[in-house]
Design a protein around this ligand. Structure first.
Ligand code: ATP
Length: 135
């Protein structure tokens, strides 16, 4: 069994889609190991998105992720990392995410793509330590 970090980003919380995200995680057969609705400190946002610090959209990304509360979830199950990436759909909600995925069904813009999911075992370990240090 494996753990991954899922975030319902501020757009998802504002739009009332937290239940939808959790519901799809549970229906897939994954389980919730920890969950928290919280404001995102700038330092946590910078650390979380450190790999994008030289990208042109980094500033916007930090503004957005700190613009309102997020729901952070530690999700557990067999191949949880890939399983959630599949539920989320591709990063671009129109060109990459297909209908039936969270982004394909509920998002239109890459910047406001509803959810985050760790992309590798290394990322998952790093991100879970950052968001759930006591887990
Ligand atoms: P996440 O890390 O949030 O799960 P991802 O792994 O699908 O997303 P990344 O390429 O790691 O995608 O990008 C991280 C996040 O940065 C995206 O989810 C999106 O919110 C934002 N982002 C990526 N590309 C762009 C872009 N061209 N313009 C604006 N925002 C972007």
């Amino acid at each position: 069994s494996e753990r991954t970090l899922v975030l319902v980003k501020p757009d998802g919380v504002k739009r009332g889609l937290v239940g939808e995200v959790i519901s799809r995680i549970e229906r897939k057969g994954l389980t919730l190991a920890a969950m928290d609705l919280r404001a995102v400190e700038r330092s946590v946002a910078e650390e979380h998105y450190a790999e994008h610090k030289d990208k042109p959209f980094f500033g916007e990304l930090l503004e957005f992720i700190t613009s309102g509360p997020v729901v952070a979830i530690a999700v557990e199950g067999p191949r949880a990392i890939s399983a959630f990436r599949q539920l989320a759909g591709g990063t671009d909600p129109v060109d990459k995410a297909t209908p039936g995925t969270l982004r394909g069904d509920f998002a239109l813009e890459t910047q406001f793509n509803l959810v985050h999911g760790s992309d590798s075992p290394e990322s998952a370990e790093r991100e879970l330590k950052l968001w759930f240090p006591d887990l």
